[in-house]
Write a protein that binds this ligand. Structure first.
Ligand SMILES: [Zn+2]
Length: 301
C-alpha cells in the first residue's frame, strides 16, 4: 500500500513498501514532478495511482540515479504521456548499458520486469539531462508553472550520478542519504560521499531531507551520517594498513555498519584504490563514460 504524506505545501512523499522507497511529488501550476518511479510496473502503478489521487496535472519525472528501484517504473508514466524524464548524464549512460542487467534484481517483487513480459516492462530512458558532462557540480531549474524546482549534482557519492531535487525548504536526496538501513556502498565513492554529505548538510535553505528510503530526516542526521561514514573508512584504512592489528574481519566488530555492508565497503575501497579512482578529478578523467561498480562488473548485489 502506498502512503502519501503532504510534508509541505503541495510537496508530498509517496512511500511504498517494496524497498521502503520514497517517491517525491511536487505539484506546480501546470505540471507535477514525480521523483523516482519504483522497481517495475507493479510498484510504478502503485506510485502512479497515489500521485493521481493528488493531482490531474501532466507529470514530469526525475530519476535520482541509475539503480533499478528508482527508474524501472518509468514506463508506467510514459504510458500516461510523460515525455520529460530528467536525470544526470551519467545516469543515462549507466541505464543504456546496465539497465537490462539489473532486471535480475527484481525477480521476486517484479517478475514481469525481470522477464520483460507484459505491459510497461520496457526500459524508458531519461530524455532531459542536467547540463555538463557530469564531471562537475551542476544544476538546472525546472518550471512547473508558478513553481520552480532545482535539480542539482554535487559530486560523487552513492553513485557517480546522484541528482538532488530542491523545492522550498525540502530536499529530495535520493540514496545519498539513507534512513533506517546502512548506506549502500556497492557503486559508491566513499571518500567523496563523505564530502557530498557535508555539502548537503551545509545547504542552509533546506530543512527537511527526504532520503530515497526510510523516513525524512533533519540536517543533524545528514551531518551524523557523514561522520559515521568517515569513521568507518578511517577504521578500515587503519586496519588494512597495519597487519599486526589482525585481520580486517576482526576489526569489523568495531565498525558502525553490519558485517555484510562493511564487507561491501571494504571491497569497494580496495577496488577504487586499485583503479586509482580516489578523487572527483580522477574519476572524471579516467571514466568519462561513467562508472557503476558491481553493476558494471556484472556481480550480484
Ligand atoms: Zn541506489
Amino acid at each position: 500500500m502506498a502512503r502519501t504524506h503532504e510534508i509541505a505545501d503541495g510537496i508530498y512523499v509517496i512511500a511504498t513498501d517494496n524497498y521502503r522507497l520514497n517517491t517525491g511529488l511536487i505539484v506546480g501550476g501546470e505540471k507535477a514532478m514525480v521523483i523516482d518511479t519504483g522497481a517495475g510496473p507493479r510498484q510504478g502503478a502503485e506510485i502512479f495511482r497515489a500521485a493521481r489521487r493528488v493531482t490531474d496535472l501532466p507529470f514530469v519525472v526525475v530519476n535520482t540515479h541509475a539503480h533499478f528501484d528508482h527508474f524501472f517504473g518509468n514506463a508506467v508514466f510514459a504510458a500516461d504521456g510523460t515525455t520529460d524524464v530528467w536525470a544526470h548524464p551519467k545516469a543515462l549512460r549507466a541505464m543504456e548499458r546496465y539497465a537490462d542487467r539489473q532486471r535480475g534484481f527484481v525477480e521476486t517483487l517484479e517478475p514481469e520486469m525481470a522477464h520483460t513480459q507484459g505491459p510497461n516492462t520496457e526500459i524508458v530512458l531519461p530524455t532531459r539531462l542536467l547540463p555538463g558532462d557530469g564531471g562537475r557540480a551542476s544544476f538546472t531549474r525546472v518550471d512547473l508553472g508558478d513553481r520552480a524546482v532545482t535539480l542539482f549534482y554535487l559530486g560523487l557519492g552513492h553513485t557517480d550520478n546522484d541528482v538532488f531535487v530542491g523545492v522550498d525548504e525540502v530536499l529530495f536526496t535520493g540514496d545519498v542519504v539513507e534512513q533506517g538501513a546502512d548506506p549502500a556502498f556497492d557503486d559508491s565513492f566513499p571518500d567523496m560521499w563523505v564530502q557530498t554529505l557535508l555539502t548537503v548538510a551545509g545547504l542552509d535553505r533546506y530543512r527537511v531531507f527526504v532520503p530515497g528510503h526510510g523516513t525524512p530526516v533533519e540536517r543533524a542526521f545528514v551531518q551524523r551520517q557523514s561522520e559515521t561514514m568517515r569513521d568507518a573508512i578511517d577504521r578500515i584504512s587503519a586496519s588494512t594498513a597495519n597487519p599486526l592489528a589482525g585481520p580486517t574481519t576482526a576489526a569489523m566488530y568495531k565498525l558502525p555498519y553490519d558485517a555484510g555492508v562493511t564487507r561491501i565497503l571494504l571491497d569497494r575501497l580496495e577496488w577504487l584504490k586499485s583503479r586509482g579512482l580516489e578523487s572527483d578529478d580522477m574519476v572524471a578523467e579516467e571514466t568519462p563514460e561513467g562508472l557503476t561498480g558491481p553493476i558494471t562488473r556484472g556481480e550480484a548485489l
